[in-house]
Design a protein around this ligand. Structure first.
Ligand SMILES: C[S@@+](CC[C@H](N)C(=O)[O-])C[C@H]1O[C@@H](n2cnc3c(N)ncnc32)[C@H](O)[C@@H]1O
Length: 215
């Protein structure tokens, strides 16, 4: 009896370890081609400033792009392209396109190189420059926006971009939990805007606000 209990406990522990996000190992699986999984890992290893979103957040962004069928996707703040690649995999599935904007010229070049290495250059465009200047140059509306730039600028970006989110579309912002003190005006705006319906999720530990533009 004691032996059977022990075996059962090991079996449960094995199942838990295999599925738990907190297990500490990479969750990149068969849905991510091996070469892209290795590239994502290299970007993380080189990311000494810890700019990139967590793997859980990256996976969540991909799922969201795919599940919503978003075709016109905008990212503000690419750094070296970690989240960009996750969302690029999403638009690969939807038949859409992603434009990502990065202020830092060196990081923008890294992001562009990484996008090419991921085989996503046909669906992802990296724009180097200040998003406040670059967004007005982009044509059309956006089905999904992911904001991950300088936190005190979030409200200004919301004012600039939310009018261009399609009805039923999403405006997402990163770090709304761990850096909430840096963006009080933004956090209030996404709660009180008459066209916005907002919730917060936390696939990793940093928090992503999800603001749905009501139909
Ligand atoms: C936290 S990092 C982005 C990480 C990236 N999303 C990822 O997961 O790999 C923030 C980036 O936003 C960029 N940034 C800040 N303000 C910006 C602006 N006004 N326009 C474009 N990029 C900006 C910074 O240069 C920095 O590389």
């Amino acid at each position: 009896m004691r032996l059977r209990l022990a075996v059962t406990a090991v079996a449960i522990a094995t199942v838990f370890t295999a599925s738990s996000p907190s297990a500490g190992r990479s969750q990149v699986d068969a849905s991510v081609p091996q070469a892209i999984a290795a590239l994502l890992q290299r970007i993380r290893t080189a990311d000494t400033g810890q700019l990139a979103v967590s793997e859980e957040d990256g996976r969540f962004l991909r799922v969201l792009v795919g599940a919503t069928g978003a075709k016109r996707v905008l990212e503000i703040g690419a750094a070296s392209g970690y989240s960009t690649i996750w969302m690029g995999l999403g638009v690969r599935d939807t038949g859409g396109r992603l434009v990502t904007i990065e202020f830092d010229a060196v990081r923008a070049r890294e992001a562009a190189t990484n996008v090419v290495q991921a085989g996503l250059a046909d669906v992802v465009r990296v724009v180097a420059g200040d998003a406040f200047k670059q967004v007005p140059k982009l044509e059309g509306d956006f089905d999904l926006v992911f904001l991950d730039a300088w936190k005190p600028d979030y409200k200004k970006f919301f004012d600039l971009v939310f009018p261009r989110v399609t009805r039923g579309g999403l405006f997402l912002a990163h770090n709304v939990i761990n850096k909430r003190s840096e963006m009080p005006d933004f956090l209030r705006a996404i709660q009180v805007h008459p066209e916005a319906l907002t919730t917060t999720v936390s696939p990793g530990h940093e928090g992503i606000s999800m603001t749905y533009k009501r139909r």
